[in-house]
Design a protein around this ligand. Structure first.
Ligand SMILES: *Cc1c(COP(=O)(O)O)cnc(C)c1O
Length: 399
């Protein structure tokens, strides 16, 4: 009993505790207000305490919390119907997190080939800089040494190629390949977008080799990039549609929800008994997931996200122009945006936090900005003013 905290020391946290949130704002116990451009790492897609989500969760909580997957859950059928109606998918498996959604995606891809009489097809090709979660399989998929170290042998069946290296990708495909797994925009890896023609090219490549295209849209999905799913930027008519897709984060708006979406063909071998979860798809989670879709699928909602994205991109471009000593470039799509820093990104994040604005680090020395999708233009301008103050403070300190 000597530890100052009894929580695992896995997270290095600044010393702030929030007690309340509303929209884009978070409040601490001392009454300080922060603009939250982390959105719980792309989770609070509709901001904090959105009335429609609060109502949905409250009324479900008063009715029924949990029954398990021994029984049908009406909200689960409804959310699956709506996700399939809005995407390439025909089937959905619900989980509690992104990593679990990826696990389901990986299992589905392997089982697909197993059922076709090709059990040797187990390899999933992934890309350097990828992040797919922290389970044993997903750290192998992500391939990052810092996440693999000390946790025993790397799970077999994952082959990594450099981001954007077409020759290496072609060379990696062989007799044991099951599929290709990719984030349409790398989130943790530094807001690196895969060009639209490359996503379409991946679709063609997978078709040519009879392997599966798997998207990790855990961070990019549910409106974050201004389309319902980021791969739609590469074609609204399925030109870059996957066979399998993992989602999470934004679909729960802050409640833990994930899902693996698949075509009928890819999901067909996932029959009774092949996979399961105790909590996934529970009534509370499904009530919130449906409530998120009520808003995100409203006419004009995504158009608004795209409009606000342009405002935000303009703001960030001006910051890079004004502070070339501190900032290198802007990147991203929709409201999944970032600025590559010329000084340590954590210094900029700390300076922003001192001014009351929260942002989050990403790979490649990027400052990641993930406003809630409901942020207003006035709030974006307010965020700009706070960022300017933070950058000025760094300059003054340096001079
Ligand atoms: C966050 C994230 C995950 C992991 O999700 P968890 O809910 O933390 O398990 C996987 N892939 C991507 C792209 C993510 O951003």
């Amino acid at each position: 009993m000597t530890a100052s905290s009894h929580v695992f020391a896995t997270y290095a946290q600044p010393d702030i505790e929030f007690v309340r949130g509303e929209g884009v704002r978070l409040y601490d116990a001392q009454g300080n207000t922060f603009m939250d451009l982390t959105s719980g790492i792309a989770v609070n897609s509709l901001g904090h305490a959105h009335p429609h989500l609060v109502d949905a969760l409250k009324s479900q909580a008063e009715t029924l919390w949990h029954t398990s997957n021994l029984f049908k859950v009406p909200g689960r059928e409804k959310l699956a119907d709506r996700l399939c109606e809005a995407t390439f998918a025909d089937r959905v498996f619900f989980t509690n997190s992104g990593a679990e959604a990826l696990e389901a995606a990986i299992k589905t891809a392997r089982r697909y080939h197993f059922a076709k009489g090709n059990p040797e097809r187990i390899d999933i090709i992934t890309f350097e800089g990828a992040f797919h979660g922290r389970t044993l399989a997903t750290i192998a998929a992500g391939g990052q040494a810092k996440y693999l170290e000390g946790f025993g042998p790397k799970a077999p069946g994952f082959i990594q190629v450099p981001f954007g290296d077409h020759d290496a990708l072609h060379a990696a495909i062989g007799e044991t390949t099951a599929g290709i797994l990719i984030e349409p925009v790398q989130g943790e890896g530094g807001i690196r977008s895969v060009p639209n023609q490359c996503l379409r090219g991946l679709r063609e490549l997978c078709d040519k080799h009879g392997i599966l295209l798997i998207y990790d849209e855990v961070q990019t999905g549910v409106g974050r990039t201004g389309k319902l799913f980021a791969h739609e930027w590469a074609g609204e008519n399925g030109e870059a549609a996957p066979d399998i897709m993992a989602i999470a984060k934004g679909i729960g708006g802050g409640f833990p929800v994930g899902a693996c979406l698949a075509t009928e063909e890819a999901a067909a071998p996932m029959i009774v008994g092949t996979h399961g979860t105790t909590f996934g798809g529970n009534p509370l989670a499904m009530a919130v997931g449906n409530a998120v879709l009520d808003i995100v699928l409203e006419d004009g909602f995504l158009e608004e996200v795209r409009r606000k994205s342009l405002v935000m991109q303009q703001i960030l471009a001006e910051l890079v122009d004004t502070y070339p000593d501190l900032l290198e470039d802007t990147r991203g799509k929709g409201l999944l945006l970032g600025m590559k820093a010329k000084i340590p990104n954590t210094d900029i994040i700390a300076a922003f936090r001192s001014e009351g604005l929260l942002s989050v680090a990403a790979g490649d020395n990027v400052v990641r900005l993930l406003p809630p999708l409901v942020i207003t233009e006035d709030e974006l301008r307010e965020a700009r003013d706070l960022m300017v103050r933070g950058l000025e403070a760094i300059r003054n300190k340096n001079s």
